[in-house]
Design a protein around this ligand. Structure first.
Ligand code: 3Y8
Ligand code: NAP
Length: 243
């Protein structure tokens, strides 16, 4: 009998565990515990780190996990690297469920940068009104660019005020929709959007809104990840689990 561990935190992970529950395949969804109230799920959920790759390998062994699915966000490079090592140590089959990177379409005004530091460097420009849609974990990096006005969208109210003298905080969680993101950008007079190349649909609204409003986007490329088997579709994961 299968005993599946899904490393979650994305819409695709949520959709996958719904399919696994429907198919009656035993699965556990794992969250890091980054936000106060993770989304309720139709399968058992565990919250918190494992204690590095060795801790995850130990979890795989002691819980007799038969299949490990890495359905984490493309910027969650540490857990994905740990998953490759842990799966090898424990001899557990691993499959990554990922989503293709976004590609600029007609009308998109994107500038690509390699990572967060490169995005900060690229903001060495006269004062802008920036939608910094990167969440909470990287705000400190932008303290180097205090001249700009920032619109911040966070999942939870921050414990400490962000280190940005001129900022406005919106508390909201995705998936987002184009109409409200467009209204938000117009209401705040946004003239630049900074975004991770997350892919998928949950964070895409701001890019479609930016295209419609002809607002430029600073697009942060994904970090490198180790080689591993991966798929973009949930049906392939179900086939793999059943094989
Ligand atoms: C804790 C678990 C689902 C999953 C929904 C997806 C879509 C909506 C859009 C913007 C961009 C951002 C952020 C974002 C989106 C989905 C997905 C996605 C981006 C939750 C969730 C957890 C997190 C962690 C959180 C990070 C933050 C990043 C906000 C749940 C809601 C900016 C990524 O305060 C913090 O510490 C937040 C941390 C990692 C990135 C950062 O650096 O701050 N996600 N987001 C997961 C855990 O504990 O393991 O659903 O409650 C999940 C989702 N957020 O099932 O519907 O699939 O990506 N998440 C980015 O893309 O840049 C918001 O505002 O436009
Ligand atoms: P990360 O930097 O790759 O991982 C840092 C540490 O957090 C890991 O070493 C692990 O701790 C723990 N961890 C991460 N994901 C976990 C999970 N799903 N279950 C259990 N422990 C986990 O991760 P991150 O970028 O902070 O992302 C954290 C979570 O938020 C993930 O679920 C990810 O899918 C989700 N998320 C992230 C982003 C983003 O922009 N980074 C966007 C949307 C959703 P130990 O070493 O102790 O095991």
């Amino acid at each position: 009998m299968q005993n599946i561990l899904v490393l979650g935190g994305t819409i695709e992970a949520t959709r996958l565990v719904a399919e696994l529950a429907r198919a009656g395949l035993p699965a556990t969804l794992s969250y890091a515990g980054r936000v106060d109230r993770p989304k309720p799920q139709p399968v058992p959920v565990r919250v918190g780190g494992f204690g590095g790759a060795d801790g995850l390998a130990q979890y795989l062994r002691t819980h007799h996990i038969t299949h490990l699915v890495d359905a984490t966000h493309p910027f969650a490079a540490t857990i994905s690297t740990n998953a490759v090592r842990a799966a090898r140590l424990a001899g557990t089959p691993l499959l990554a469920l990922t989503r293709p990177a976004w590609i600029a379409g007609d009308g998109d005004l994107w500038t690509h940068v390699a990572d967060i530091p490169a995005a900060v460097a690229a903001l060495n420009v006269p004062r802008r009104t920036i939608m910094l849609a990167l969440g909470r974990m990287h705000l400190h990096a932008f303290a180097a660019r205090p001249a700009h006005r920032y619109l911040l969208r966070l999942v939870d109210p921050p414990q400490t005020p962000p280190p940005l003298p001129d900022h406005h905080i919106i508390i909201d969680r995705g998936p987002f929709d184009v109409t409200s993101d467009k209204g938000l950008m117009q209401a705040h007079g946004i003239d630049l959007v900074v975004s991770k190349n997350a892919g998928g649909t949950g964070a895409q609204a701001k890019l479609i809104a930016a295209r419609q409003l002809q607002i430029p986007v600073l697009m942060i490329d994904r970090p490198a990840l180790p080689d591993r088997a991966q798929t973009h579709d949930i049906a392939s994961v179900l086939d793999w689990v059943r094989s």
